[in-house]
Design a protein around this ligand. Structure first.
Ligand code: SB7
Ligand code: NI
Length: 181
């Protein structure tokens, strides 16, 4: 099973790379990785398992966070209506989005970031997405609210973007320094 030691942290190059498309149909190995990612999220939200294995609670996990630069991520959360959004996505993309933006009042966090980074992270309020699922289905979904925010946070990981890159005026302390001459 995946635990916190499998998750790479800031400074790891995988978090700054553009991930590669996953070949369809996915290999058994890619499917198993994505299944384990979804399982990690479920475990991390189970108080007993989280305590037992010292897991930080997460609603999303992208393959680059395991050092795997492939375009796949898992999300597992319920929205304000208690509808469950539990998916493993291959090659996800946003095909349409609102002009209107939203953000989480308390900002965002990341399992690859071991510190609090305060600040507003603007996200599209509504998105239409397309992806291949773990169940080998092509889906087109409309997301809003928290599921839309999480999808955008995870999609950013596939493009080497960290949530704080979107905070106005924030400087990345892990940004590669230019060698001093
Ligand atoms: C707040 C937290 C997340 C997404 C959007 C807002 C997910 C945190 C876990 N991850 O690091 C997933 O990449
Ligand atoms: Ni993250």
């Amino acid at each position: 099973m995946i635990t916190m030691k499998d998750i790479v942290r800031e400074g790891h190059p995988a978090l700054r790379q553009t991930a590669e498309e996953v070949q369809m149909p996915p290999s058994q190995e890619d499917k198993e990785t994505l299944e384990k990612m979804l399982e990690f999220l479920q475990n991390s939200q189970d108080p007993e398992l989280a305590e037992k294995y010292k897991l930080r609670s997460g609603v999303g996990l992208a393959a680059p966070q395991l050092g795997i630069t492939k375009r796949m991520f898992a999300m597992h959360l319920t929205d304000e209506k208690d509808d469950l959004y539990s998916y493993g996505f291959f090659n996800p993309k946003i095909v349409r989005h609102s002009v209107e933006t939203t953000h989480l009042e308390g900002g965002e966090g990341c399992l690859s970031v071991d510190r609090e980074v305060p600040g507003i992270v603007p996200r599209y309020k509504r998105i239409t997405i397309e992806a291949e699922t773990l169940e080998n289905e092509s889906v087109r979904l409309r997301l809003r609210g928290l599921p839309a925010i999480v999808f955008q946070h995870e999609l950013d990981h596939l493009n080497g973007i960290m949530f704080y890159d979107r905070i106005e005026g924030y400087e990345d302390p892990y940004k590669k320094e230019l060698p001093t001459l």
